[in-house]
Design a protein around this ligand. Structure first.
Ligand code: ACO
Length: 336
């Protein structure tokens, strides 16, 4: 097995803010309810003519500027998203040309909803560890606002748009990838969905709106019950204890989900990183955004162990424990 490490990170969020006060003008809600039930204060919303591919390109440009990296020699592009510009071609193919990535690099999208970034990270690690690839660009990006029903007050308060990119490169000396966990429970597929060609799943008729539909309560219960078990299994496989994890980055779905998850795990909230307050639930982008906020704030440092854990529609879960070993930064991050 070849070693692998995350060498660089970059992020992007659209400029337009959607605050709780704005939402008060749109649906029957109020700031106190939203903050109390979710922890979210505002989200970023893409322009009408701004798509997931645009967010990806901007996140990679931030990465290149900060770490002095080129992506011309990337040999695989993986984009985790539930909101691609088109069903096909893939977002990965769209950005290959815009970023001057060699035509011989593989490029594909990966669909695992809010667990997508961690699924893609695991895939990148597998490719690099096998020795078949050397430099993989991994992006988690979504424009969920484009499929959000802004008349559904229990859903529209949650979501925002964003993108986060990392480079996974081979490392002959050691590996930064310490353990993983992947699960999927299709029996809960009808709890979060957007209809496509089919309108029925698990023998249940779906609401055909082209918008995101969720049973928030069911997703809430499922995540609080199962995420602590998934984390435990990951750590057992990695032969590490929770006390060795410096930072826990659960998917930023809702503060009121993260708190009971950490309580059940007996993990201190002070060591949790999230991107909820200013960006809301950005689906595949929440975890790289949270990691980057921790880096930008000077909390996260090389040598620390970071446990990323995504969960969402599918119902999917993906965890990845890494020891961070970023290259030295040479430029300032783009303001978020
Ligand atoms: N403002 C004011 N009141 C509201 C709002 C709102 N925005 N939304 C719901 N309410 C009301 C409800 O109508 C209900 O009123 P009632 O008791 O008179 O019927 C009351 O608040 C409680 O409703 P619940 O649905 O029980 O509220 P809950 O505390 O569960 O919060 C929420 C709802 C925020 C959606 C929560 O369940 C949640 O975050 N669930 C997880 C959602 C999630 O993570 N989805 C993942 C999708 S990710 C992916 O893979 C794409």
């Amino acid at each position: 097995m070849t070693g692998a490490k995350i060498t660089a990170i970059g992020t992007y969020v659209p400029a337009k803010r959607l605050t709780n006060a704005d939402l008060e003008q749109m649906v029957d809600t109020n700031n106190e309810w939203i903050v109390g039930r979710t922890g979210i204060r505002e989200r970023r919303i893409s322009r009408q003519d701004e798509y997931t591919s645009d967010l990806c390109v901007a996140a990679v440009q931030d990465l290149m500027k900060r770490y002095g990296k080129s992506v011309e020699d990337v040999d695989m592009v993986l984009v985790a998203t539930s909101t691609p510009d088109f069903s096909f071609p893939s977002v990965a193919s769209l950005i290959q040309d815009r970023l001057n990535i060699q035509q011989t690099a593989g490029a594909m999208d990966l669909s695992a909803a809010c667990a997508g970034f961690v699924y893609a990270l695991h895939t990148a690690h597998s490719y690099v560890a096998s020795g078949m690839h050397r430099k993989v660009l991994v992006i988690g990006a979504d424009t969920i606002s484009k499929i959000t029903d802004y008349t559904d007050r229990s859903t529209c308060i949650l979501f925002g748009d964003g993108a986060g990119a990392v480079l996974v490169e081979s490392d002959k000396q050691s590996t930064g990838f310490l353990g993983y966990q992947l699960t999927s429970d299709g029996s809960g597929a009808h709890h979060v969905y957007r209809t496509g060609l089919a309108h029925k799943v698990n023998n249940i008729e779906l609401i055909d709106t082209q918008m995101l539909v969720q049973n928030g309560r069911e997703v809430f219960r499922w995540a609080v019950r199962t995420v602590p078990l998934g984390v435990q299994q990951l750590l057992e496989k990695a032969e590490l204890g929770l006390e060795q994890v410096d930072w826990f980055i659960p998917h930023s779905a809702n503060m009121r989900m993260i708190e009971p998850i950490c309580e059940r795990m007996n993990y201190p909230m002070e060591q949790v990183l999230h991107s909820l307050v200013n960006f809301g639930n950005t689906s595949a982008a929440t975890i790289p955004l949270a990691l980057d906020l921790g880096i930008r704030e000077g909390k996260v440092k090389n040598g620390q162990k970071i446990l990323m854990y995504g969960f969402g529609a599918g119902l999917t879960q993906a965890g990845q424990l890494v020891e961070l070993n970023l290259d030295e930064r040479v430029g300032e991050p783009t303001l978020l």
